[in-house]
Write a protein that binds this ligand. Structure first.
Ligand code: ADP
Ligand code: MG
Length: 345
């Protein structure tokens, strides 16, 4: 007998959809930090407990929300950032656009948002539990927004069970906050785990100073600047940033931070192209530090690959890789580290 095909109930549909956006504490942190940046914050403070599994708090001094916006923000598919699909074509000015993060987070946690618009005379607090708005009330709070996410996946036990140990979850949170701190030297970031400060950036320095705030002096001093002049013609309009002297390396890929048009991505093409430039300078399980920014015509890149938006595809992958490898190889060569052979072929 053929199995009966049933329609899923709305709660199940919601939680499955939420799982696409929210995989673990670090994905919540990513969405909240992006929202703070989109809100023009100059200060972003992230504090998590137990790797983010108990609580995640992100506060900013951005534009804030009034009561009406706050109620809208947690509804399904609501955004202030695009109006329709055409707005995606010209290249986005904001990091967010899907209008699903707050709704998804609210569906699988206890979410409290406290916000006061710039110049507004009062704040509002809104509480969502398992997808339902439980409470909206006036609140005394500074201008800007504070979002607290408690007991992530409390109502999705299967998901909660698959979270890693706190230390591992925190390592992911740390990579995300680090990535955004490095890309925004003019914004003061602070990260705290179980009441202890992990790092803080001043928001006043350049890239190298921010690298120092995040990774320490030794790493900052080992960084070599990329020279945009060395980049061959190709789809990338520019390649810039810092890469480490090969002697300063780690056993993890996580210190390769790459950005496409200001968006933090995990494009394999970019990472592999960086690695290729190091040739034999690194043992096979070692990775350099890199903070690499590339700019490309938005129509030559697809950011819409995955709901979590971390991945990205280039129309002309081969030439993009070539440009990056040459730029990094040039930097290393300038430091007298590579023979003057071409990096590929
Ligand atoms: P998206 O970022 O894709 O628009 P979200 O669900 O992340 O979707 O957020 C929904 C809306 O809530 C945003 O478009 C924005 O208007 C508002 N919002 C979210 N976070 C903040 C914040 N920290 N400060 C001000 N407004 C915010
Ligand atoms: Mg968002």
């Amino acid at each position: 007998m053929a199995p009966e095909i049933r329609e899923l109930d709305p709660t199940t549909v919601e939680r499955i959809a939420a799982g696409e956006v929210v995989e673990r504490p670090a994905s919540v942190v990513k969405e909240l930090v992006e929202n703070s940046l989109d809100a023009d914050a100059s200060r972003v403070r992230v504090a998590v407990e137990s790797g983010g599994t108990e609580s995640i708090r992100v506060s900013d001094d951005g534009i804030g929300m009034d009561e009406q916006s706050l109620r809208r923000a947690v509804e399904k598919h609501t955004t202030s950032k695009i109006r329709n699909i055409d707005d995606l074509e010209g290249g986005l000015a904001t990091l967010g656009f899907r209008g699903e993060a707050l709704h998804a987070i609210g569906a699988v946690s206890r979410l409290t948002i406290t916000s006061r618009p710039q110049g507004g005379d009062r704040g509002t607090e809104l509480l969502v539990e398992g997808g339902d708005v439980e409470r909206v009330r006036p609140a005394g709070c500074p201008e800007g927004t504070t979002i607290e996410v408690e007991d992530l996946f409390y109502n999705v036990p299967a998901r909660r069970k698959y979270l890693s140990q706190d230390a591992t979850e925190f390592a992911h949170v740390n990579s995300v906050v680090t990535a955004y701190a490095l890309a925004n030297p003019d914004i003061a970031f602070e990260l705290e785990h179980d009441g202890r400060e992990t790092f803080a950036t001043t928001g006043q320095g350049g890239l190298r100073e921010t690298v120092m705030d995040v990774y320490g002096r030794e790493v900052a001093q080992a960084m070599i600047e990329l020279d945009d002049e060395a980049v061959p013609e190709g789809p990338l309009e520019s390649v810039s940033g810092l890469v480490s002297h090969p002697e300063t390396n780690r056993a993890s890929r996580e210190y390769l931070s790459t950005y496409v048009n200001g968006r933090y991505v995990t494009a394999d093409a970019v990472r592999e192209a960086v690695m290729e430039a190091y040739e034999t300078q690194l043992a096979s399980d070692r990775y350099p530090f890199a903070v690499l920014f590339v700019e490309i015509d938005p129509s030559d890149v697809d950011v819409n690959v995955h709901p979590r938006k971390m991945d990205i595809r280039f129309a002309d992958d081969e030439r993009v890789r070539e440009q990056i490898t040459v730029a990094v190889a040039d930097a290393l060569k300038r430091e007298g580290l590579l023979r003057s052979t071409a990096p590929r072929g």
